[in-house]
Write a protein that binds this ligand. Sequence first.
Ligand code: GLU
Length: 304
Amino acid sequence: MNYEEIIKDIYTNVELIDNKGNLPSYIPELANVNYKNFGVYISTINHLNYGIGNYTDKFSIQSIAKVLSLSLAYSILGEDIWKRVDVEPSGNPFNSLVQLEADNGIPRNPFINAGAIVVSDILISNLENPKEDFLKFVRSISNDSKINYSTVISTSEKNVGFRNIALCNFIKSFGNIENKPSEVLDFYFNLCSLEMNCKQLSKLFLFLANDGCSLFGNKQILTQSQSKRINALMQTCGFYDESGEFAFKVGLPGKSGVGGGIVAVHPKQYTIVVWSPPLNAKGNSYKGMKFLEEFTTKTKLSIF
Ligand code: GLU
């Protein structure tokens, strides 16, 4: 498969289309990026790599980091983790409070904010130095010591994170948060502030295309079954309440973030990252969605 030619072709087409997305304004710092940035990077498990556009510029991965915190918590707790968070698509916006009342404080899945806040609580209870240990885990997956949190982004979000503060306290009232809400939220905002470029992100997620085993140093990050389950969750819950549409049009497990990044995983083949900051009405990168739809159409490679 000539990925390079296909990617170049689609990139040129998608770059030209009118961007109907908007930069998110609810995290002030995220509105300060150049909306024209557009980068793509593919890494295959056979070590073929290709990038185009702004693929070496760092961006805020936001919710994409929830896959990494879940991976670490799952590797520590095993199946017991599902007593604290469910595995069903929510059909509601990512920061919704309403379902929690009916579900007694058990979030629908680990990728909505409520679920990621519970996973943050689990990590705080199980790690000695939560922020440092989590960063070490992320860096160790792809042997990349340059990956870091952004204090500018985490502070920007902390100052206006009223909904997440409400979510955390609400879940605590049902007994599904063990630690102090302020500690849990501090971890959560740092988690979401992780920064990297398309190339780094694509390499980082390769373990999910490789049955849970990192290609960098041959480390088993997750068991094969855990890796399959994380991919299944990305497939059903990775795109807020547009997850069905992504499965329908793209047909790959993936995760998006409000920083405009999307990572998609083709198990046993590749990971591909697209970054373009303006978001559609559901909170997913407008051009990222278009690019990936074209990509699986042209390559005829999807998991279905
Ligand atoms: N930090 C963002 C929030 O909690 C993450 C949202 C996202 O990327 O989905 O609102």
